[in-house]
Write a protein that binds this ligand. Structure first.
Ligand code: ATP
Length: 227
């Protein structure tokens, strides 16, 4: 379970303020895959960053009962001079998981062939994504945070990635940010909409999509009194 308590976040830039969370109180239940929807700039990525702990709220707090991943597919902390294999070991040590097991898993999953033992700096962007997705999904977390990982590799690899995600969802939950509704429908059973600093949680993804469809047409859903 992830609990947001009186959570507020405001950015100040060039004398202007942007509120992305306004005193939000909400609970993301354990073991559920939740699609986080909202317009461009609503604050979805910021919300994931606050949940992962890389961004601080302006006020309020976030507490959780289980382990939370770093954003799935994030490659920014890989060292360019280390090989894919060495980077996988490095991350395994940071998270205290079996280095051999994770490395074997990633080797098999990411299908990088000889590149797995070559420096990360020599990788194509597709190879980087495959390594990053394999490493993050290779570690068991209670909740996976997924931000727009919609196109990892070619069609065959996407099918494989999606199957791995569904497999993980048997024992874990996720918060998934994507503008692709087919992707959200495929991966999520529940949903939440972030709009004007408020968060609306729905047990059913179709109800969240209904709300989102109102939002993108600039309308307030009839079941919401006011934002
Ligand atoms: N470090 C920052 N400093 C100032 N403003 C920021 C910062 N990070 C984000 N913002 C602003 O906060 C708002 C929310 O950004 P965020 O990336 O969280 O939105 P999003 O819902 O994920 O958007 P998108 O759907 O376009 O990816 C935007 O207006 C953005 O410009």
């Amino acid at each position: 379970m992830i609990q947001l308590s009186n959570l507020s976040k405001t950015f100040f830039l060039n004398g202007k303020s942007k509120v992305v969370a306004k005193n939000i109180n909400a609970v993301f239940p354990s073991g559920v895959s939740i699609g986080l929807l909202g317009r461009n700039g609503a604050g979805k990525s910021t919300m994931l960053q606050m949940i992962s702990g890389t961004q601080r709220p302006t006020s309020g707090s976030i507490s959780s009962t289980g382990s939370i991943s770093y954003p799935v597919g994030f490659a920014g902390s890989f060292h360019p001079e280390l090989t894919g294999s060495q980077n996988a070991r490095f991350v395994a040590r940071i998270y205290g998981v079996d280095t051999e097991k994770l490395t074997e898993f990633v080797k098999d999953f990411a299908e990088l062939g000889v590149h797995f033992d070559l420096p990360f700096r020599t990788y194509s962007s597709g190879m980087r994504s495959r390594l990053a997705f394999g490493v993050s999904m290779g570690i068991k977390f209670d909740t996976y945070l997924v931000d727009e990982v919609t196109s990892v590799g070619d069609a065959a690899f996407q099918t494989k990635s999606s199957a791995l995600f569904q497999e993980r969802m048997k024992t874990s939950g996720a918060i998934v940010v994507s503008h692709s509704l087919p992707m959200i429908r495929k991966l999520c059973s529940a949903g939440a909409v972030l709009e004007k600093g408020r968060l609306f949680y729905y047990d059913g993804i179709e109800d969240a999509i209904k709300h989102y469809n109102h939002v993108i047409q600039g309308r307030t859903p009839p079941w919401i009194v006011e934002y």
